[in-house]
Design a protein around this ligand. Sequence first.
Ligand code: SF4
Length: 83
Amino acid sequence: MKTRKPSGWSGHAACRDADPELFFPITWEGRPGPAADEARRICQACPVRRACLDWALGTGEPDGMWGGTTPAERRRLRARQLA
Ligand code: SF4
């Protein structure tokens, strides 16, 4: 069973002190807005972005911004990986 809790790399996350609502808004489905843009900007400068994205893809994380990707973007990445 995969863990749902990030470890190790999360201590270096650029979002540690960011407003959680930027990364976990009520909804982005269909239309990521300014919160997603701001979260993505933080992710782009994050030293653990790759580990974060790999974790989200590996666990199927359904919510929030992880590794600079929205849930819809991760679903597309996962579909490509499985094709
Ligand atoms: S990539 Fe983004 S969501 Fe992931 S740890 Fe870094 S800042 Fe946070």
